[in-house]
Design a protein around this ligand. Structure first.
Ligand code: NAI
Ligand code: MG
Length: 501
């Protein structure tokens, strides 16, 4: 493959130029590794195109570019108003190219076009704008001690940040990491997920057009265990920010130890959704549906474990089943009526099917779905939305993250039991609870071991509000003001004003 660009026409008729190279120093270049990655359309299993895949030598080149850019006065000493302008310009360009970006995202990932366009791209634009607004509001403090001393702090960028992103929200996860890192003056080597290599390369063209100096943002595709590992181990990288599986997060922690990198990890979950006897059941049903079935169930915060008070259990199950069969329309992601597209890859498809088998083998009751969905075109990685009931706490489907349109439902007797069982997991990302009792809502929210709790909703997320997990769901926070902490060091400066020793 010699071409660094290719003209493509997407299934919705949209024509555009797809870059295929590695984006280093504001240019697309060939991989020295000679490796490529095929990008697959999960709706029909066809190859869209292939892209260059970074090897360790390419990672070295990108890290060198980022280091040089970090030390270059054009970025290091930039007026923070100008830094804000660059980010605003970037956001405007993303808005201008929204249709192309949403098209690529749907083609490569399989999420419905309406979701790509209305949700993912809205998220990307608002995140970049939000952090553009912070670029000229990063400041330290003056700390009074005595007249003989002036002490103050400055907040400085960390340096070269390695950012490893997943395939479930490729552009949105890129924006969550680019926004705070750039507004605080860092430089970046981002590695996209090998399952969705395309949209990020198109975004790279807008980085250049916005006017960021060469080397400030470098974007690589490549295999996790090759390019991702090379980045995590690299002595020239100051920070690793990662979103993905808990297992890979642990590997990254080990590799990052080589030079004691600053780390932010956002990993897996098995988030509970509690329905108390005093809940508004219509609301609980709607949110429980979107909480697990949105984005083909490929959401780290998906409320995949539903616990319902025994007095409303049967009613909830029957209403939920009805709602899922009405609303979870599986189909071509470019069709307006589609709620659920295919799983992102054959591997993810097979993983979900294997959990369906595990649920059956362990004796849980399958009440909806439980098989591939073959009605789209006979091909593709489509799975019928799946519900298991009468699930026991020791079953694999109750304990492990499935990452698909797959939910387990169980019942509880008391509030205390509900809290204990909600917390009986190695994860701690999100948790939802439904009650009309305001006191209970806040009381239970405090006791749940999770980074985020939703009272009477599920998976509510906002760029202004911190996002992240406890326990084995991660370290650190993204988004909001809290997200800035992941990208600055506080330096203390002591000035002797008197004649102290
Ligand atoms: P993964 O965690 O292996 O991949 C995520 C990112 O990490 C990708 O960019 C990948 O290339 C990179 N990576 C993989 N191995 C690496 C290594 N040794 N060193 C450095 N980087 C590495 O996740 P995968 O295999 O794609 O999916 C498996 C499961 O992970 C899913 O079924 C789901 O349960 C979970 N997952 C969770 C996500 C979340 O949003 N928290 C996103 C993606 C997956
Ligand atoms: Mg793909």
């Amino acid at each position: 493959m010699s071409d660094l660009f290719t003209e493509l026409t997407a299934p919705n008729g949209h024509k555009y130029t797809q870059p295929r190279g590695l984006f280093i120093n504001n240019e697309f270049v060939k991989a020295q590794s000679g490796q490529t990655i095929a990008s697959i359309n999960p709706s029909d299993e066809s190859e869209i195109t292939s892209v260059h895949a970074a090897g360790p030598e390419d990672v070295n080149a990108a890290v060198s570019a980022a280091r040089k850019a970090f030390e270059d006065p054009s970025w290091r000493d930039i007026d923070t108003n100008a830094r804000a302008d660059l980010l605003y310009k970037f956001a405007e360009l993303i808005e201008k190219h929204r249709e192309t970006l949403a098209t690529i995202e749907t083609w490569d990932n399989g999420k419905p076009y309406s979701v790509s366009y209305n949700d993912d791209l809205a998220e990307v634009i608002s995140t970049i704008k939000y952090y553009a607004g912070y670029a000229n509001k990063i400041h330290g403090q003056v700390i009074d001690t005595s007249p003989a001393k002036l002490a103050y702090t400055v907040r400085q960028p960390l340096g070269v940040c390695g950012q490893i992103i997943p395939w479930n929200f490729p552009l949105a996860m890129a924006a969550w990491k680019l926004g705070p890192a750039l507004c605080t003056g860092n430089t970046i080597v981002m590695k996209a997920a090998e399952q969705t290599p395309l949209s990020i390369l198109y975004l790279a063209t807008l980085v250049k057009e916005a006017g960021f100096p060469p080397g400030v943002v470098n974007i690589l595709n490549g295999e996790g265990r090759v390019a991702g590992a090379a980045l995590a181990k690299h002595e020239g990288v100051d920070k690793i920010a990662f979103t993905g599986s808990t297992a890979t997060g642990k590997e990254i922690m080990k590799m990052a130890a080589v030079n004691m990198k600053n780390i932010t990890l956002e990993t897996g979950g098995k988030s509970p959704l509690l329905v108390f006897e005093d809940a508004d059941l219509d609301q609980a049903v709607k949110w429980a549906h979107v909480g697990i079935m949105y984005n083909q169930g490929q959401v780290c915060t998906a409320t995949s474990r539903i616990l319902v008070h025994e007095s409303v259990y049967d009613k909830f199950v029957s209403e939920f089943k009805k709602y899922v069969s009405q609303v979870s329309v599986v189909g071509d992601p470019f069709s307006d009526s589609t709620f659920q597209g295919p799983q992102v890859t054959k591997a993810q498809y097979e993983r979900v099917l294997s959990y369906i088998e595990a649920g059956k083998a362990d004796g849980a009751e399958l009440v909806h779905g439980g098989q591939p969905h073959k009605d789209v075109n006979g091909k593709g990685f489509f799975i019928a939305p799946t519900i298991f009931t009468n699930v026991k706490d020791d079953m694999r489907i109750y304990r492990e993250e499935v990452f698909g349109p797959f939910v387990v439902i169980s019942s509880f007797k008391t509030e205390e039991e509900a809290i204990e069982r909600a917390n009986d997991t190695t994860y701690g990302l999100g948790a939802a609870l439904f009650t009309e009792n305001i006191t209970r809502g806040h009381r239970v929210a405090r006791r749940i071991e999770a980074g985020m709790v939703w009272i009477n909703s599920s998976n509510d997320s906002d760029v202004r509000i911190p996002f992240g997990g406890v326990k084995q769901s991660g370290i650190g926070r993204e988004l909001g003001e809290a997200g800035l902490e992941a990208y600055t060091n506080v330096k203390a400066i002591h000035v002797n004003l008197g004649n102290r020793l």
